[in-house]
Design a protein around this ligand. Structure first.
Ligand SMILES: [Zn+2]
Length: 86
């Protein structure tokens, strides 16, 4: 499985360093408004662009309500849950 490397950034929920990603939508690299699921804490974050480049922030309540029901997000959450089963 190929996991493209990113400029290291921190998960805004648990502080874990995020430096690679897996894609479920067919895009090669994440961009602004794309959704991230933390490998460590399983929380959802949004990619946004700042002065230093791409980083992650917590979604607003309205964004969370939209993305948690996105079929791509639910599929990815289920896949991550299955993958991490003992
Ligand atoms: Zn996290």
């Amino acid at each position: 499985m190929l996991m493209p490397r990113l400029m290291p950034m921190l998960c805004p929920h648990c502080g874990a360093e995020v430096d690679c990603h897996e894609v479920v939508t067919g895009k090669a690299d994440p961009g602004p408004s794309d959704v991230s699921i933390c490998f460590y804490c399983r929380n959802l974050s949004m990619y946004v662009t700042g002065p230093l480049g791409l980083y992650l922030r917590k979604p607003t309540t309205a964004e969370y309500d939209d993305i948690v029901n996105d079929p791509n997000v639910t599929t990815a959450l289920h896949a991550l849950a299955v993958w991490s089963m003992p």
